[in-house]
Write a protein that binds this ligand. Structure first.
Ligand code: SUG
Length: 416
């Protein structure tokens, strides 16, 4: 039976604040802070426990091998000798944001009836541009069943950020959906990371029906305001599109196209007069997991605790729940360590609509497995990393060893 599985990236032991993401306000403003990898990973595990308790299927992705020595070697350098900015780029634990791992088209949307995944090239940001080989290896293992087709990345220079710029509308039972690719147009102070040519290439590879595939331009205002991915200002689930007023460049045309392609859509729009764009970005109101609660419980919004701290945001949400809106429950989770790098609850997961029986079981999680992962994290993840620590050969060794211990505990040593 097809169901939505959320695959969360386990927050890696090299998690640190190097301020690497231009256009990502949280990353820039926390640059130089001391990070807490252990607490970060435990926060991520708690989010997964929280979602499992709601009855939602949960999957996991492993952290990648960092610092990325083979990548530094391609640049003619090493962990010991690299210039500071390259070293930081080699250390980033950015694969935790699994929404950027791939674009996923569930089987009912594709002409060949398979679930297609294209690993994201992430070429806009140097520190993320070397994620895809490790991510691809993992996707090929997790989704080796013939129910899936896993595609290599779209070539540079066509930037692709995966599911963060992709939304899907469908009826409640995971029938054929409408896929919405949201692309940006460059030229501003902050980069537009998702290119239209990449989105179109993915739609072709995934054999999507052109009549049920939309390409919509992300608003320059949103990008220049700090919404470096569409999932910072919009999220969809089943027939609901939850979006900020400023998400799309041509709002009226975007809404009309969406309604034409999927007439049953319910667009829940938050006007800028109620929540300003800066407040939407600061609170990560839209970087939430909009989930269908089992047993007819309606939809819940798994959102960061930061959203509670901004009165305009929380007031809007409470009014929505008190009224007749489709979001029935507000479910705050604490992912502060990730949030400080611009990654909310939705960034930390990749949604895959599939039959869990077709997924390699090593990538599926239950309570006992999460407890086991938490033990490895407690034993091996560094408690803190200061920016100067990235030069430490000892820390580099400890961080590698921590990941190796996790892979061994989960019978995934083949990924080393
Ligand atoms: O790509 N932050 C990530 C956050 C990604 C959030 N994902 C989604 N919105 N789906 C990024 O900007 C910061 C890393 C640093 O600065 O060290 C970073 O890569």
């Amino acid at each position: 039976m097809l169901t939505e599985i959320n695959f969360d990236g386990i927050i890696g032991p090299s998690h640190n604040y190097a301020g690497l993401s231009r256009g990502n306000i949280a990353s820039a403003s926390n640059a130089g802070d001391v990070s807490q990898p252990r607490a970060a990973a435990l926060q991520g595990i708690d989010k997964m426990r929280h979602n499992l308790a709601l009855g939602l299927p949960q999957g996991i992705f492993m952290p990648l091998d960092r610092p990325d020595a083979p990548w530094l070697a391609t640049l003619g350098t090493t962990q010991d000798d690299a210039e500071g900015h390259l070293r930081a780029q080699a250390w980033s634990a950015s694969s935790m944001w699994a929404a950027n791992a791939a674009t996923v088209s569930p089987a009912p949307d594709s002409a060949d009836g398979k679930c297609h995944l294209t690993v994201a090239n992430l070429v806009t940001m140097p520190h993320r541009s070397h994620e895809w080989p490790g991510t691809l290896a993992q996707l090929r293992l997790a989704f080796a069943d013939p129910a899936f087709v896993v595609h290599a990345p779209i070539p540079a220079p066509f930037g692709d950020e995966g599911a963060a710029n992709h939304m899907r509308l469908c009826s409640g039972h995971h029938g054929q959906g409408v896929e919405i690719f949201v692309y940006g147009v460059g030229g501003g102070r902050f980069p537009a990371r998702q290119h239209l040519d990449a989105s179109k290439a993915i739609a072709r590879h995934h054999r999507l029906d052109p009549a049920r595939t939309l390409f919509i331009r992300q608003s320059d205002t949103a990008i220049q305001g700090g919404a470096f991915h569409n999932d910072v200002v919009a999220v969809a689930n089943e027939h609901v599109l939850f979006t900020h007023e400023t998400a799309f460049e041509d709002r009226a045309a975007a809404h009309a196209e969406i309604r034409a392609a999927f007439p049953a859509v319910e667009i829940v729009e938050v006007p800028a007069s109620a929540v300003t764009l800066p407040d939407a970005i600061k609170s990560y109101l839209f970087n939430a997991q909009l989930v269908s609660l089992p047993d007819g419980g309606g939809m819940g919004l798994v959102l960061p605790t930061e959203a509670q701290a901004i009165p305009a945001v929380w007031n809007w949400l409470e009014a929505h729940v008190a009224g007749n809106g489709p979001i029935r429950r507000l479910l705050p989770v604490n992912v502060r360590q990730s949030m400080a790098n611009g990654g909310g609850p939705a960034c930390l997961r990749l949604r895959v609509v599939a039959d869990p029986a077709t997924v390699d079981p090593r990538f599926m999680a239950d309570g006992a497995k999460l407890d086991h992962i938490a033990e490895v994290v407690e034993a091996h993840w560094p408690e803190s990393i200061a920016p100067g620590d990235l030069a430490s050969a000892n820390l580099a060794r400890d961080v590698r060893h921590a990941r190796t211990a996790l892979l061994a505990a989960l019978d995934l040593s083949g990924l080393e």
